[in-house]
Structures are given as structure tokens and as C-alpha cells.
Design a protein around this ligand. Structure first.
Ligand SMILES: Nc1nc2c(ncn2[C@@H]2O[C@H](COP(=O)(O)OP(=O)(O)OP(=O)(O)O)[C@@H](O)[C@H]2O)c(=O)[nH]1
Ligand SMILES: [Mg+2]
Length: 598
């Protein structure tokens, strides 16, 4: 069952926690210190059922500027917000910070709640007008607004109805690949490690094996148990608040900002190319920033390409993908610097002069839905799974663009594939010309020549190029006949065997002709001779000729009868008969007898 997740936002003391308390009957300020000081410090969690039966969980955030990081961890994964402004105080400094965060995160759904309405009912209209003006450039520009007094209970019914209405129109979240940003971890006696978070993408089933992308690397974990709103469940779909009992990790080793993911399905990256969506131009921004993504806050270095595009180097890798929203903060200031969207979670290394300029142009032309052809073109060859990971392919079995060749699980840009074929053909032909006896280009040499990312691709390129490949070598099918320096000796051998087809030359006769192992192997590869065991060399036609003679013999026949019929020696007859057995042309009955097979 879906539990919609709604975060609060708004200036310190404007009544966010009081509102959540009034709506849910639960206490969002979990800490004694918070209740004593009347101030939210960390995230609070509470839930209720709306009149429609829709379930909603609130993530209550602190308003005080000192806890901006906590606020962003709460707002980051939440798709909907209750934006609170107290009518007696009106718009304040942290109202602006939280507005900037809402804008940076691209949050488009929510309700504007005018709180503490009992204190200055006459100001409600003016405060709403101010809030509308301030939120005009955000996704909340046309959000419904409700005036509420949590103290007197007025407006709460209207607020519940407005929330119901907003949530009814929320788009279905993706349930494909899991990414759960952890916001809390603790130990429960008897159960062990529990982590909580807002499940915004992907589903969870008890027993799932996940990857924990932690502050100090990745480790496998298993889901022992699942809870949502303090109730045990066997599976959960997004969006919802979840608590997971994990096996394989202690509570101290999991922190806010870690993420649980389906193993291998997200790019985990510390270099990103991004586009500014809101806030300060990159060229005017500080170099050292803090980047907030999900519940994570990571120091980072910003290198602008221009006002709107930059390369971001993170202090630790995060599971981020095309289109993800980031909030950028200048650690020297407590406010939000602006927002950005990930354009490339696997950007190219920029080495040469002019690379930066070209990259800037390319980024300016990119859109956040991604351009799979451009990405394949840039990489030359890329695995389909990697394109999925980067968020460049829709789910299912996507059709590749026309200029992409699919080789197994690799997508190769057509011009690159063509040039690989051309290069391989040229290299093979050059080799044959240089060394007619060579077996061909080794697969390893071919892979190096083309800088192929995977050895398997060699075969596909060779096949497409019309080259032969077996026995670890690639050669031209046209490389037949002329064997260069050994051609004369081979012609002599052919001449002798043409007159006496089963009189295989003795070893010293081959030596006299200067036909060594290498020369004979080359001759065999080009189909000029047949080599049998024990150094027996015949013409490729010998087996068929032999069969003609053997068929005339009374069946079964002995080795000796065969030797006489073929007018040859035991040295040749035995390997030849074994060759015929192996081809299935003759069958051996016992130690001394064979028959021909029809
Ligand atoms: N009169 C009146 N007072 C309210 C109302 N809502 C909240 N308050 C008071 O406003 C003060 C702040 O309320 P909180 O709910 O703690 O405010 P907050 O926004 O959660 O504050 P932080 O979490 O610290 O940002 C408390 O003294 C509340 O009693 C209301 O509707 N009417
Ligand atoms: Mg509070």
C-alpha cells in the first residue's frame, strides 16, 4: 500500500511541528531537548489517514538555519511539501531558504499552509499574497493554500481535503530499481540494525539482498524485516516511509546519507556534469561547496564550464543518475546557493586543449531526458546495461537508434564499427602480404589494434569484415593459393602426390624441399595439403580417392588389404584409415578389420 510522504518546510517557529501534531496526533519532535527548547533540531516522523482513506506520512523538518542540512535531508527524497508561513510573522529569512530548496529540488506538489491563523486572522490575505509572490518561480506557484490554527483546530479539515486532492494527482513513482536514501539508523534490542528512509523509487521485499553504499565504501546487506508506520510488512512499494531491519551491518556503520540500492543497477560516481536550475551562476559561485542529494551531504569542488554548466567532483561517490536534483550550498553561508540537475553521471575525462570548450557546447545542447545516440557516439561502444544504469534507456527491450549496431550486450556506434572493420581488414591483408606463412592476426593483437573494450567483440568485427577467424587467428578468406617463398616446393610436392597419391614424402624429402612445420601449417590452412598424424602429408583429395579403392574390396577388409589396394606403406595406411574412421567414412570392427560406411 502506498503511503504518501509529505515534508514540512518553513521558517523557524512558524508552527510546522504543531501542525503535524494536530494532523496526526503523533509527536514529531522525538528528542527531549527539542521538546524542552520548543525547537526542532532533527527530522521527525508521524503519520495519519486522510478522509479518503489515503495514508500519509510526514517528515517534519527543522526551520532553524543551523539545521539547514537536516532540513535538506528531509526535503530531498520527499515528493510533496507542506509549505508553512505563520500569518502573525509573515514571510521570513528561512522561508526564503526553504523556498530555494523547494525550487532546487524541483518539488512541484504541495499545499501552502498559513499557520497560527488565530494570532492575526486579519493578516491572512496579505501573508498569502506575499507567499504567492515569493513562491511564483517554484513548483508551488499554483499550490492550494489553507489558513489553519492548530491551537483552535480551524482549517484542519480543509487542509486534509487539500492534501487529499494534491496527493490524488501525484504521478505514479517508478518501482523499477531501488534507491533508498537512509535518514536514520539505530539498534533495536533483539532485532539488530534498523534503518529508515523515504522509499521514493523501487520496491522492497523481505529477504532482498541489497548493496549499502556507505561513507566508507559498498557492502552487501540483506533485508531481514520490513516495517512501515510501525507495522510489519512483507513487501513495500514506493512512495512510502520504510524501516528496514538489516543483516550484515551494525547500526554504527550506517549513517544518514548512505543509500541502499539494488546491486549493480545505479552508477556510483564522484564526477558529474551538471546544469544549473536555480540560484547563483556557476561562474560566480564558490569552488568548494556542499552538495545535497537525497539525504546525503557531500563536500564537492565545482569547476564551471559557463554560468549554467559545470563539472562537480564529489568527496565520496554517490548513486546518481541523469536528471537527479542536487542542492548546492556554500559552506561559508547558511543559505542555499542554488539547484542543479545531473546531465552526465559518467562524463569524459578532459585532457586535451579544447576539450573543455567542446564539452561546454555539448552540455549546453543536452537535455535531461538524455540522448542515447550521442552517448553511444561519444563512447564508441558501451554496454546496454551501462546505458540502463545511466538512465539513458527506458525499461524493457528498447530499440536502438538506426546508427547503433548491437553486438551481444554491446551498443556500438555505426561509424566506429565500420572503421573497426576497415582497420582489421587492412591489418590482416598487410600481414598476409608481409608474411604469407603467418597463421593470421592473433585475436589479442586485433583487440589491441582496435582498442576494443572486450575480447568478445573481436569475433563480431571479424565476422562483419568478412574475415575468417578460428584457432585464435583472424585471416583473409582470399589468402589462398600463393604461399610466396614456399610456392615452388609446394608445387613440386603436389606434382609428386598427383602421380602417387598415397606415397607420402618421408621426413628427409620434406626437409630437402625446405617444407618445415610452419610452411606445412600454412599450406594446410590454405587448403593445399592434408596433414595426418606422424608427419604424413597428402593432398586434400587423398581421402576421397582412398574411399574409391576401399569400396572395391570385399567387406570387411584388413589393414593389410587396404595397404595393398592403396599401394602404400603401413606408415601412411594406418593414419589414413584412422582419418577415414574419424570422418565416419570407414568403421573399425575389431583390431584387424574395417568396413566402408555408406
Ligand atoms: N497561537 C498559535 N500558536 C501556534 C500555532 N501553531 C504553533 N504555535 C506556536 O508556535 C510555536 C512554534 O511552533 P512549532 O510547531 O514548534 O514551530 P516549528 O515550525 O516546528 O519550529 P521549528 O521546528 O523549530 O522550525 C509554539 O510555541 C507553538 O505553540 C497556532 O496555530 N496558533
Ligand atoms: Mg518544529
Amino acid at each position: 500500500m502506498t503511503v504518501h510522504v509529505v515534508a514540512t518546510a518553513g521558517h523557524v517557529d512558524h508552527g510546522k511541528s504543531t501542525l503535524v501534531r494536530a494532523l496526526t496526533g503523533m509527536e514529531p519532535d522525538r528528542w527531549e531537548e527539542e521538546r524542552r527548547r520548543g525547537l526542532t533540531i532533527d527530522l521527525g516522523y508521524a503519520w495519519t489517514t486522510l478522509p479518503s482513506g489515503r495514508e500519509v506520512a510526514f517528515v517534519d523538518v527543522p526551520g532553524h538555519e543551523r539545521f539547514l542540512g537536516n532540513m535538506l535531508a528531509g526535503l530531498g527524497p520527499a515528493p510533496v511539501v507542506c509549505f508553512v508561513v505563520a500569518v502573525d510573522e509573515g514571510w521570513q529569512a528561512q522561508s526564503s531558504d526553504h523556498r530555494d530548496a523547494v525550487a532546487a529540488l524541483g518539488i512541484e506538489r504541495g499545499v501552502v499552509v498559513l499557520t497560527r491563523a488565530d494570532r492575526a486572522p486579519e493578516r491572512a490575505d496579505a501573508v498569502l499574497a506575499e507567499a504567492r509572490a515569493q513562491l511564483a518561480a517554484t513548483g508551488l506557484h499554483d499550490a492550494p493554500a489553507v489558513a489553519v490554527s492548530a491551537l483552535e483546530g480551524t482549517g484542519l479539515a480543509q487542509l486534509r481535503a487539500a492534501l487529499d486532492d494534491v496527493l490524488a494527482r501525484a504521478p505514479a513513482p517508478s518501482s523499477e530499481r531501488l534507491r533508498l536514501w537512509v535518514d536514520r539508523s539505530f539498534t533495536i534490542t533483539g532485532s539488530g540494525t534498523v534503518v529508515t528512509g523515504t522509499l521514493a523509487a523501487g520496491s522492497l521485499v523481505q529477504g532482498d539482498r541489497l548493496q549499502l553504499l556507505g561513507h566508507d565504501g559498498a557492502r552487501p546487506v540483506a533485508v531481514r524485516g520490513l516495517h512501515s508506520r510501525n507495522r510489519p510488512c512483507t513487501s513495500l512499494a514506493p512512495v512510502t516511509r520504510v524501516a528496514l531491519n538489516l543483516r550484515g551491518v551494525s547500526a554504527d556503520d550506517v549513517r544518514r546519507g548512505d543509500a541502499l540500492v539494488t546491486p549493480g543497477t545505479w552508477p556510483v560516481t564522484d564526477v558529474l556534469d551538471i546544469r544549473r536550475t536555480t540560484g547563483t551562476a556557476f561562474t560566480a559561485a564558490a569552488v568548494h561547496l556542499v552538495v545535497h542529494a537525497g539525504t546525503a551531504a557531500v563536500p564537492a569542488r565545482l569547476r564551471p564550464f559557463d554560468d549554467d554548466h559545470a563539472r562537480l567532483s564529489l568527496d565520496r561517490p554517490l548513486p546518481l543518475v541523469l536528471g537527479d536534483r542536487l542542492v548546492l550550498r556554500d559552506p561559508g553561508h547558511r543559505s542555499v546557493l542554488g539547484g542543479a540537475q545531473v546531465l552526465d553521471a559518467d562524463p569524459p575525462v578532459l585532457r586535451r586543449r579544447g576539450d573543455r570548450g567542446r564539452r561546454a557546447d555539448r552540455l549546453a545542447g543536452m537535455d535531461t531526458r538524455g540522448d542515447v545516440l550521442a552517448e553511444v557516439a561519444r563512447r564508441g561502444a558501451v554496454q546496454e546495461q551501462h546505458l540502463h544504469r545511466l538512465g539513458l534507456l527506458p525499461t524493457g527491450d528498447p530499440d536502438p537508434p538506426g546508427e547503433v549496431r548491437v553486438l551481444g550486450d554491446w551498443w556500438v556506434h555505426a561509424p566506429v564499427f565500420d572503421s573497426w572493420q576497415q582497420q582489421l581488414r587492412t591489418a590482416v591483408e598487410e600481414l598476409h602480404a608481409r608474411d604469407p606463412l603467418a597463421a593470421g592476426l592473433s585475436r589479442g593483437a586485433a583487440r589491441d589494434l582496435l582498442s576494443l573494450p572486450e575480447p568478445k567483440l573481436v569475433d563480431a568485427v571479424a565476422r562483419a569484415a568478412g574475415l575468417e577467424h578460428d584457432g585464435g587467428h583472424i585471416r583473409s578468406p582470399h589468402h589462398r593459393g600463393d604461399l610466396g617463398p614456399v610456392e615452388a616446393a609446394l608445387a613440386e610436392l603436389e606434382h609428386r602426390l598427383a602421380t602417387a597419391p598415397f606415397r607420402a614424402p618421408e621426413a628427409d624429402a620434406l626437409t630437402a624441399l625446405q617444407l618445415g612445420v610452419r610452411e606445412l601449417a600454412a599450406a594446410e590452412r590454405s587448403g593445399r595439403i592434408l596433414r595426418l598424424r606422424d608427419g604424413v602429408v597428402l593432398l586434400p583429395t587423398a581421402p576421397a580417392l582412398a574411399m574409391r579403392e576401399l569400396a572395391r574390396l570385399p567387406q570387411p577388409f584388413t589393414t593389410s588389404q587396404a595397404r595393398q589396394a592403396l599401394n602404400t606403406t603401413r606408415r601412411v595406411a594406418i593414419p589414413l584409415l584412422e582419418h577415414l574412421d574419424a570422418r565416419g567414412w570407414t568403421r573399425r570392427l575389431d583390431a584387424g578389420h574395417r568396413t566402408t560406411v555408406r
